[in-house]
Design a protein around this ligand. Sequence first.
Ligand SMILES: [Zn+2]
Length: 194
Amino acid sequence: MPYPVVHVLFFVFCINAVAVYVTVRSLFRRELSFRGSMNLLLLLSVGSLCALLPDIMIVYNLPVNGTIEHCWIGAVPTHSLLFSFPAILFGIIAGYAIYRKVSKALYLGLFAEAAFLSHLLLDDISEGGCEYFYPIYNRTISIFSMMDVSFRGTGLFHYLTVSFVSVFFICAVIMMALFALSKYGFEFKYRPEK
Ligand SMILES: [Zn+2]
């Protein structure tokens, strides 16, 4: 189990890398406005909290039961897409409370989801999988182990499908964050060559 600080750092510097790059560049150019700083602070706060949300039960289990069991709330695994709904909801409510705009709220909800999923990806790498699709599929799945499939044993079609699905899942998490960040002013742009 990676420690909380690793989850936050992974989200901020890997999934959120565009915002880090744009912020550093803007600071050197003295372009970062007060509004931009507030946007960044909000994104980092919501993102960091949601990147830690799957391990929320440790806050209860450690002082109350004296254990570091943290992956379940009753029968529901916290490391699942189902449990990401509270993260989306938190992002939407926080966004609406601050900006009073539905579009901004939805993009912050999307950003919160990307942060939550970054936690699952990191746990997937270190622990060998998560119950992503509970309750449709109750077993642990490892996106990264899926990439290790060989077409000799399973056939070319299975090999291509698994390769595409596993890479696309990771790509989708990064794209969610990029899309949400662009709506808050943090983006790269294509610059035509002269
Ligand atoms: Zn975890």
